[in-house]
Design a protein around this ligand. Structure first.
Ligand code: AVJ
Length: 330
């Protein structure tokens, strides 16, 4: 799964100048309060995300798993160099538990490909966990984990000879706002040569009700995942959010293709944050915007890629067209 920890876990107790503290101070000072979904993934958040991936309503993970499994030979062939023994690097951005990646790793190993797997994540715990599980499950695999930001890791790897095949699975790309997404894609493309390849996972537009259900499940796991952000601020910034006065709310807008998630203050309240030496006022029914999960179409993917200087080569999708993994060339 690209259980992707899309992001970092800063130190246990954040100092006023920590990235988290700065982000919160800035995000809660805007007219529309906002916090980034990248802070969902502390230990508890990562555990809740594992639970989300197993929910009956959350279709993306199992769909992408199936869609990587069936055409795995064709996907592996699109990523590896033609010459059987030519060495290359398989990079993965936000590797998570690697459940989906292991399909491709097994396929490449079985076909005798000569490659090094480079999982990249800014969480050292994520890299260590994945590396340990790979040593047991695929002892013949060469692994060079990198604890770094995605674009830094790419810049470092670009200086090494050989093809880079880069995986960015799980529709993690859906978390970016459109302008940030284009900037990210251009930054990804910049250090690549025409020999390199990208495989990016995109959740596709479909029945709006089905999409909405995936982000508002009947067991309340997604609600707990969203609310855990406040629990994290209580723990790491000493905040006093009263979780009984907050609700999870999510909606899907078929015009923009965005699922947007919010934390809703059910009453007027003041929250104190000692680590910032500040208080924040919330009116009744005021919201904090916490996540975007964009859904795509094939024409949108092609337009996005083209604008970033990338060429879609093969579009792999499942029978129901719920999800796509797209091979892109610089
Ligand atoms: C990990 C970003 C792909 O947006 O679908 C799941 C995170 N948020 N349920 C997604 C998430 C709420 C997930 N990604």
């Amino acid at each position: 799964m690209s259980t992707s920890s899309p992001a970092a876990s800063p130190a246990q107790t954040a100092s006023p100048t920590s990235a988290l503290a700065q982000h919160v101070a800035e995000g809660l000072s805007r007219p529309q309060k906002t916090l980034s979904s990248m802070y969902f993934y502390d230990d508890e958040g990562s555990r809740l995300f594992q639970q989300i991936m197993a929910l009956p309503e959350y279709y993306p993970t199992r769909t992408e798993f199936a869609l990587l499994t069936t055409p795995r030979a064709a996907i592996a062939a699109a990523l590896r160099p033609e010459a059987a023994d030519e060495p290359f690097f398989l990079l993965e951005l936000g590797a998570g538990d690697g459940l989906k990646t292991k399909i491709l790793l097994r396929e490449l190993l079985a076909s005798g490909a000569n490659f090094t797997y480079v999982p990249v994540d800014i969480s050292a715990a994520a890299i260590d966990g994945l590396s340990a599980s790979l040593r047991v499950e695929l002892p013949e695999l060469r692994v060079e984990g990198m604890v770094a930001e995605y674009t830094k890791a790419l810049a470092v790897m670009a200086t090494r000879p050989g093809r880079k095949a880069i995986l960015f699975l799980g529709s993690n790309i859906g978390n970016f706002l459109p302008a940030d997404r284009q900037e990210f894609l251009r930054a990804l493309a910049r250090p690549l040569t025409s020999d390199d390849r990208l495989l990016i996972g995109f959740d596709l537009q479909k029945d709006p009700r089905q999409i909405r259900r995936a982000y508002d499940d009947s067991q309340g796991v997604t609600a707990a995942f969203n609310l855990n952000l406040l629990r994290r601020l209580n723990r790491e910034l000493g905040a006093d959010f009263d979780l009984s006065r907050w609700q999870h709310y999510t909606d899907y807008d078929p015009i923009s293709g965005a699922v947007r998630s919010f934390l809703v203050s059910t009453a007027a309240q003041t929250v104190t944050m000692p680590a910032l030496g500040r208080q924040f006022e919330f009116a009744a029914w005021e919201t904090i915007h916490t996540e975007n999960s964009y859904k795509f179409t094939q024409p949108i993917i092609t337009a996005m890629a083209t604008e970033a200087g990338l060429h879609p080569e093969t579009f792999f999708t499942d029978e129901q067209h719920y999800f796509a993994d797209v091979v892109l060339k610089p």
